[in-house]
Design a protein around this ligand. Structure first.
Ligand code: ADP
Ligand code: MG
Length: 690
């Protein structure tokens, strides 16, 4: 039913609620939950109001009214003190209502102006109205337009009450009875009534738990169902042998694999032998040695007669991977090629031929690899590095490189550590491996925060490092590639560096996203080869670039970067055995949140710890990396950051149900099947692409 027919709504308000908050039907409305609750059972004394207090309720007598240009000021007192109430709208109405001498209950957020406590546009109730609807009142998200249309908090509460009265009596339970009983959940009707109008704090908790559980449970059920379907199908390529190529490479390694690398390779090997398609996410902090894992697993595929493909998000990274991988492959005799957007036509034709006749064993490249005309003789293994930059559909096109009904194994690698609970949701149908051990012989990077005033000291330090033979990154924020402003910052920064570090003797290179590929490569190569001491760059160097001799990372306007990105950038140094430094330059004025981020960076270099904190600070939706790929669905009430325990419980419970009834075909699970089919969870059905 359309909300306009509800008491207190009407066509005009309905249109506004639709355009501002997306609320069209009564069902939308009753699923529009308060973001917080105010305990209105307590009355605060005016003399006890502290500045910046949350919402307060006072009971006070009107002393005087004063109409000023464009505003009405009303003085009230309650025996403990006096305060001012300020109104900019509805002045006539308020003025006639608040007669001196009469008493009211006022409710609002106090602030202090010129040493006087005031509340702007408080809600006004007759004293007898106190505690009208339970002790807690829900507060709903709102907008300026909504408030201007007279839909105040109180009006919203009234509209909600009307909606519940219409909708609840005919509301059907959405979870099977055995789930409700088994998980000790409250019925849906109780939950919806109490999420809006809690009878008590306890009832509210129960309502929240029920609704959060339902949301997370259905989400996990949908994700896991896809995984169960995949695990039961037999279209995976069975690779039983380790193969000679693997062993040749392994024996020639210049170092011992870390314990974590060994464990992960074993996990991958087990998957590849199983006959089911592998869909595995490999998480590992920058420098944890993911490339080696990718190469050795690819060689297992080669050893079983299949081809492998390794896809990187940028040209520069693809080239770097290619160089490293060629080195590792020398002892194996497996041939490797590089295919990117800038590969010349003649070479491209040759590579296409090599992939089709199978003479190329491992192909490294960028998006160019998913082009229609790239065909494989026998693709068996796909590695996608830095997962976030590829969309789901782009991945799907790699899956489809086989036309015989079989699907290649897939390893997705990411250096953006993702909190466990988020991984469960974002990659709910993937198996997860973690490289949680760094190769030995690394000295942790020292991270230092410097305000602008320290710049001369920072430059002096940089000169000492260069004199000691080290190289330095200087990175400028470039949040949006298109923003002219950012390029101006970069250019000005470059000029600043060049004038502080003049040539000769100092050599400075610059790399950014608007350069032609050749120019970018040329400058990058100069730095990698040691022909430049300083590299001024945008965050394009964020992922992957490996220059062991670089020991200082200066991040300009560090407050403009998110935690994950700062951590990624820091990972560019500390790759050699020398002590490395990350210097976070910021403005003097820092928001509380920026300061907290910078402090965290200085306090820990553990990417997973930072990711957990980042999620707490900003919520999972804003986490870097997840922005591009997006959460599979918009969580409505549950929070991945705060409801980790419910999430784990929901996942475990969903998996138990699927073990017994993978298709949810049992009549007892009809409601669950219907919920999954409703489309709300459809986006996370990865089975459509694998
Ligand atoms: P990631 O891609 O995870 O950031 P890389 O695969 O680029 O990390 O590895 C980082 C560096 O560590 C490379 O120079 C690589 O040769 C080296 N490396 C990898 N594994 C080991 C190991 N087990 N022992 C020593 N060095 C290693
Ligand atoms: Mg890497």
């Amino acid at each position: 039913m359309d909300i306009q027919y509800l008491k207190g709504v009407g066509a005009k308000r309905a249109a506004l609620l639709g355009s501002e908050l997306g609320i069209v039907t009564i069902d939308d409305l009753i699923h529009f939950f308060p973001t917080r609750y105010i305990d209105r059972s307590t009355i605060v004394r005016i003399g006890e109001i502290v500045p910046d207090a949350a919402y307060v309720q006072i009971k006070a007598r009107v002393v005087s009214r004063e109409e000023k240009p464009k505003r009405l000021s009303v003085w009230v007192e309650d025996g403990s003190g006096r305060m001012e109430l300020v109104f900019f709208k509805g002045i006539k109405y308020v003025s006639s209502k608040l007669q001196p001498g009469s008493e009211f209950v006022f409710f609002g957020k106090p602030s202090v102006f010129n040493g006087v406590v005031n509340i702007v546009h408080p809600e006004i109730d007759a004293p007898s109205d106190e505690g009208r609807s339970g002790t807690m009142t829900g507060v709903y998200p709102s907008t300026e337009k909504i408030k201007n249309a007279g839909i105040t908090g109180k009006v919203m509460n009234r509209i909600m009450e009307a909606a519940l009265n219409v909708a609840l009596p005919q509301m059907q339970e959405t979870l099977p009875d055995y789930v409700i009983k088994g998980r000790r959940l409250v019925p849906l009707q109780f939950a919806l009534r109490n999420i809006h109008f809690p009878q008590s704090a306890d009832a509210l908790l129960k309502a929240q738990r029920r609704l959060k559980f339902e949301e997370l449970f259905l989400l996990q059920l949908s994700l896991l169902k896809a995984k169960f379907v995949r695990m039961r199908s037999s279209n995976g390529l069975k690779m039983t042998a380790v193969g000679k190529a693997f062993n040749d490479c392994f024996k020639a390694l210049p170092y011992e694999l870390t314990g974590a690398q060994k464990r992960v390779i074993k996990e991958i090997r087990t998957d590849m032998q199983s006959g089911c398609q592998m869909n595995r996410l490999l998480q590992g902090d920058v420098g944890s040695g993911k490339t080696m894992v990718a190469v050795l697993s690819s060689l297992i595929a080669c050893g079983n007669g299949y081809q492998a493909c390794i896809m990187a998000p940028t040209e520069v990274l693809a080239q770097q991977h290619y160089r490293n991988i060629c080195r590792y492959l020398k002892p194996t005799g497996v041939s490797c090629a590089l295919l990117t957007g800038s590969t010349r036509a003649a070479e491209r034709r040759e590579i296409h031929g090599g992939l089709e006749d199978g003479s190329i064993g491992i192909i490294v490249g960028t998006h160019a690899l998913i082009e229609e005309d790239v065909r494989f003789r026998n693709l068996g293994f796909v590695v996608i590095d830095e997962q976030h930059r590829f969309g789901v559909d782009q991945r799907a096109r790699l899956w489809q490189k086989r036309t015989d009904g079989f699907v290649p194994h897939v390893l997705v690698m990411t250096a953006t550590p993702i909190p466990r609970t988020l991984a469960m949701t974002l990659y709910g149908d993937l198996d997860v491996s973690v490289l949680d051990e760094m190769p030995p012989g690394r000295t942790p990077v020292k991270t230092i925060h410097c305000y602008e005033g320290k710049r001369p000291a920072v430059y002096k330090f940089m000169k000492e490092q260069i004199a000691a033979g080290r190289q330095i990154f200087v990175v400028y924020p470039l949040i949006f590639e298109s923003e002219k402003m950012d390029y101006k910052n970069l250019e000005m920064g470059y000029e600043q560096i060049v004038s502080a570090f003049p040539f000769p003797p100092y050599r400075t290179a610059i790399v950014h996203g608007q350069q032609a590929v050749q120019e970018k490569t040329f400058n990058m190569d100069a730095f990698v080869a040691g022909r430049a001491d300083i590299m001024v760059a945008t965050s394009v160097i964020e992922v992957g670039v490996d220059v062991p001799n670089a020991s200082v990372m200066v991040i300009e306007s560090a407050e403009r970067f998110g935690l994950a990105q700062l951590h990624q950038l820091r990972g560019r140094v500390g790759r050699g055995s020398e002590q490395s430094y990350c210097i976070l330059m910021t403005d003097f004025k820092l928001s509380k949140e920026s300061k907290r981020r910078i402090d965290l960076m200085c306090a820990t270099d553990n990417g997973f710890e930072l990711a957990e904190e980042d999620m707490k600070l900003r919520g999972p939706g804003d986490l870097e990396g997840t922005q591009q790929s997006g959460l599979p669905i918009d969580l409505h009430i549950a929070s991945i950051a705060r409801d980790g325990a419910i999430l784990s419980e929901a996942r475990e419970y969903a998996s138990r149900i699927l073990e017994r009834d993978p298709q949810l075909s049992n009549p007892a699970n009809a409601l669950l099947l219907a919920a999954l089919r409703s489309g709300k969870y459809a986006q996370c059905d990865y089975s459509v692409i694998s």
